[in-house]
Design a protein around this ligand. Structure first.
Ligand SMILES: *[C@@H]1O[C@H](CO)[C@@H](O)[C@H](O)[C@H]1NC(C)=O
Length: 374
């Protein structure tokens, strides 16, 4: 009798356990995510009601589980940190040069055969701005990328840190990128690169910052707190911008985040100082308001975007290229089949990665066109 009872209990508890797991796990995961990164922007208890909506729970759980895919980059990450820490590699780059008003640091990677270039004209400069949703990112993670890029493009490459949220908001990030460009103007002789031949390459939020900083400089914005003559010099030195899976319209991207139910846990709206400033910090919106005279100074763009990118949809680059074309700004658009949001950056780090040659062949061709060596 006692035995039968416990058997019954067991049979009852299995479906209950499965039920609890199926419901409880997603709720725990997505509540934890919202607790850590931000509740819905609703007054009082309403934020919890919004937070508990089944649709939100479903999509948030999905987003959290999808992010487990980053675990596959563990090995690559270790390769980066060990390369960065190895003293031997210091012949390839200068580590931790301080620049700008916030004392951020940048690393500078030499082009191949830098030593014997005394009489040859100095190498062009690439400024690489990493992504990380305006809220994360560190320059050492991109050491292998910067090293390969210097090699592939025969260019000096600099990779600066910038103050991501919550250290600073988007304006501070734009100031940091601008400071980095001012630093380049002042340090070209010392490090033997051509200060008048600069290409900006940015990934994701970094592509947004490249575009936005350039537009702020062209517009001579006082908020940059940089002398206007310096702003003009910097503007003239930028020969092209290469955006990898970039965000160019913040409102459109916010709508995409809403579809994925990540708009409140995402750093974007906080880094942009709220929804009210989305237009102001969107390169798309900015371009539409520039005078023709300033539009003429906008450098050429190249936009690369993977068709398997679900974090920033490919329409972001398609829409931006259509806008640029309509304003007669030169743009080339590459849609890369099968490439996702991370691969477009991680696969630039080592030549054995799946899309290395595909992506570099586009970047190389466009880069050469920009700096005039084809
Ligand atoms: C692209 O443009 C279309 C039409 O204006 C718009 O509906 C869509 O949201 C845009 N998508 C992105 C991701 O920018």
């Amino acid at each position: 009798m006692g035995h039968n009872m416990s058997g019954l209990k067991y049979h009852m508890s299995l479906p209950v356990t499965v039920g609890v797991l199926l419901v409880g796990l997603p709720y725990s995961i997505s509540l934890a995510a919202q607790w850590l990164y931000g509740w819905p922007d609703k007054p009082g208890y309403k934020k919890y009601i919004e937070a508990l909506k089944p649709r939100r729970i479903y999509y948030l759980t999905k987003a959290v589980l999808e992010s487990l895919r980053y675990l596959q980059y563990g090995k690559l990450y270790c390769q980066c940190t060990s390369w960065y820490e190895n003293q031997e590699n210091h012949k390839h780059y200068e580590k931790g040069i301080t620049f700008g008003r916030r004392g951020n640091k940048l690393d500078l990677y030499y082009p191949p055969n830098n030593e014997k270039s005394e009489d040859v004209s100095a190498a062009p400069l690439v400024v690489f701005i990493y992504g990380g949703a305006w809220g994360s990112g560190e320059r050492y993670v991109y050491c292998l990328l910067a090293r390969q890029m210097a090699e592939e493009l025969s260019a000096t490459v600099i990779c600066p840190d910038y103050c991501t949220y919550p250290k600073g908001n988007v304006l501070a990030m734009v100031q940091d990128v601008a400071d980095c460009l001012v630093w380049a103007q002042e340090s070209a002789q010392k490090f033997n690169f051509n200060k008048d031949n600069i290409v900006l390459i940015g990934h994701s939020a970094g592509a947004h910052l490249c575009a936005l900083t350039t537009l702020f400089l062209i517009d001579g914005r006082e908020e940059l707190f940089i002398e206007s003559s310096k702003q003009q010099d910097v503007t003239l030195s930028i020969k092209g911008i290469i955006g990898l899976s970039g965000v160019y319209n913040i409102m459109d991207h916010y709508e995409h985040e809403q579809k994925r139910a990540v708009e409140y846990v995402s750093t974007m709206h906080k880094a942009m100082n709220g929804v009210g400033n989305f237009a102001y910090y969107s390169p798309t919106h900015f371009l539409k308001k520039l005078s023709q005279e300033k539009l003429n100074r906008v450098p050429q763009f190249t936009l690369l975007h993977g068709t398997s990118d679900f974090i920033v949809p490919v329409e972001s680059s398609i829409n931006f290229s259509e806008l640029l074309t309509s304003l007669s700004v030169k743009v080339t658009l590459y849609l890369l089949p099968g490439v996702d949001h991370t691969e477009i950056a991680t696969d630039l780090m080592a030549s054995n990665r799946r899309f290395y040659h595909l992506i570099y062949s586009c970047v190389k061709q466009e880069f050469r066109r920009f700096v005039g060596t084809c």
